[in-house]
Design a protein around this ligand. Structure first.
Ligand SMILES: [Zn+2]
Length: 289
């Protein structure tokens, strides 16, 4: 009769056992308390846009500013129920400048900043969740929020992107900006208009803030594998969008050169859909990238 492999045996070496226990305990700790959790108990929740700044693209049927406020207020309630202190950059339909948002965030030095947005694009087919961060200490939080939201959404995974949006670049606390789907996409707009879906979004974002790990689900959407719009990322992972390598970028620009280097930093407003998936995404909201 064979003995089960894991049956306790007097012959087991105690030091080895202790080592195994230590490893298991360390792993358990890493997974339960993980460094991905927002380190503070104060969260600055930033509802995108407001007042005369409606967000989205001109003539967009489903407006952005009301939905970002609604999700943010739901997020506030979920977080407060979990014992967090929540500061809102706006709590009604008012205009708050980017500078004011940053000032509010920076007046809470121990806090974490979470900005809530919805996306828009001229191409109605564009859909999916994307999450941005800028500071290195925010990458794991971005990943955690992103994976939870993607796990709970029927949308494509457009990846985690490092980008210097004003509110992420100028805040002196860890910060993440999550784009909860495209309001210009009929299916995602329909979801976003559903209060119970917005509640789900809020709960998934809160789960990410609390440090709950989501399974790595959907792979990156096609066309998101690398992008000239993102900055080089200090981290890698299957859902971190890679920056287009410099060599490819410069090769591309030298092909289409002789135009001197005038316009490369400004995003063109003309790309009439089709061409490149991710670069056709335009935001009218002035995020100050
Ligand atoms: Zn927005």
């Amino acid at each position: 009769m064979t003995r089960p492999i894991f049956a306790p045996s007097k012959k087991n070496h105690p030091p080895l056992r202790r080592l195994a226990n230590f490893v298991l305990l360390s792993l358990a700790l890493a997974f339960s308390t993980g460094e991905v959790r927002a380190q503070s108990r104060t969260i600055v929740v930033d509802a995108g846009h407001g007042g005369h700044d409606r967000g989205g693209v001109p003539r967009q049927r489903v407006g952005e500013k009301g939905l970002t406020l609604d999700v943010s207020q739901r997020l506030r309630r979920v977080l407060e129920a979990g014992g967090y202190r929540v500061i809102m950059t706006r709590n009604s339909d008012v205009f708050v400048s980017l500078g004011q948002r940053v000032a509010i965030a920076n007046s809470h030095p121990g806090a974490t900043f979470v900005s809530v947005h919805f996306n828009s694009a001229p191409r109605v087919g564009a859909n999916g969740i994307e999450t941005y961060y800028y500071r290195r200490d925010s990458a794991s939080l971005a990943a955690n929020i992103h994976r939870n939201v993607v796990a709970g959404a029927p949308s494509e995974n457009r990846g985690i992107r490092r980008r210097g949006y004003y509110v992420l670049r100028r805040t002196r606390i860890p910060g993440v900006l999550v784009e909860c789907g495209f309001l210009t996409n009929p299916m995602e707009a329909r979801y976003a208009l559903n209060p119970s879906y917005r509640q789900k979004l809020a709960e998934e974002i809160a789960r990410g803030i609390r440090g709950v790990r989501a399974p790595m689900g959907r792979p990156l959407a096609r066309g998101s594998a690398s992008s000239s719009e993102v900055l080089p990322q200090p981290f890698s992972g299957p859902d971190f969008v890679r920056a287009t390598p410099r060599s490819r970028r410069s090769a591309r620009s030298s092909k289409s050169k002789k135009k001197k280097k005038s316009s490369s930093s400004k995003r063109k407003r003309s790309s009439s859909g089709k061409k490149k998936k991710s670069s056709s995404v335009q935001r009218v909201q002035i995020l100050g990238a």
